[in-house]
Design a protein around this ligand. Sequence first.
Ligand code: NDP
Length: 334
Amino acid sequence: NRRFLLIRRPHGTPVPEDFQLETSETPALEEGQFLLRNHYVSLDPAMRGWMDDRPSYLPPISLGDPVRASTIGRIAESRNPDFPVGAWASGLNGIEEYSLGQGGGFTRLVDETAVPKITNYLSSIGAIGLTAYFALLEVGQPKAGETVLVSGAAGAVGSLVGQIAKLKGCRTIGIAGGAEKCARLISDYGYDAAIDYRGKSGDDLAQAIREAAPNGVDVHFENVGGEILDAALLALNPRGRVVLCGLISQYNTAPKPTYNVWQLIVQGARMEGFILTHYVHRFGEAVPQLAEWVRAGKLRMDEHIDEGIENALPAFLRLFEGTNQGKMILKIAE
Ligand code: NDP
């Protein structure tokens, strides 16, 4: 069982010395236990936060443990009738070839025909789709005709947010890095306008947003933070809503101040953090809707699949370099 362990807490951007690829025996199973052979590992920006030793919604990864990650795979051995050999299952496990299960925390993927690809359980109908769905619709409360601005717009969550906002009749503006991603915002994800943030300072960004959103912004969906959030706040309409979904620009650096929160007062606007774990009890209503949109071709979900557990770090770092084209997934078994 090869496992990708965290052996040192990263300072800034993680480096190879922070990790170790260890090989160990798989444990003998006790009654009720099973062994999941992980095929696909979800690589998420949040994993960077779990590597730090600070209070969060989950405890930090202990040094010497595998890097925590959601996985999907097939049951390889079982002494649990609810998880028979060969069945697909998912769970919040680690970057490891085999995960030991007792039942709790693992979900059987019973309806493999609900979506085109098994990996969609990590993307469109997994945490990514659910985040886009609840964060936009519940926190953002978009109404038809309103303008929705999205940062990190070409990424996994951002690409879905733009498409769901469009399905709800909104005008959508996406912010992403580089001309090629900005072209894809419009051609692949249906955004009405795209802004390339690269090489733009605070004032240029604010100007670009004003030009793309001449009537102002009603909902701003934030995946990035920093200068982008500051510029977006300046474009808010009265009673605007800011959804704080992620602040990826800050995950490898010390947090930077946000200067323009005074706009929330001026506009009587609201800024609210979102965390998916608060919506677990409502997943059952969102998954069928997301799956239906995917099957009907209304929701395009791109997945970027790198291969090999030994490539876990470079694949993870793509999220911070912006070299991922869609939901970042690591394939570690055929
Ligand atoms: P993405 O697929 O969006 O990949 C990350 C993207 O972020 C990169 O491709 C890059 O795009 C952009 N990026 C990285 N660093 C910077 C930077 N310094 N400045 C600007 N853009 C940057 O990842 P996800 O869809 O998985 O996650 C998107 C966000 O959603 C993250 O902030 C994540 O933490 C958050 N999230 C929150 C959840 C919650 O419950 N609150 C649940 C799931 C995700 P580009 O090339 O455009 O720069």
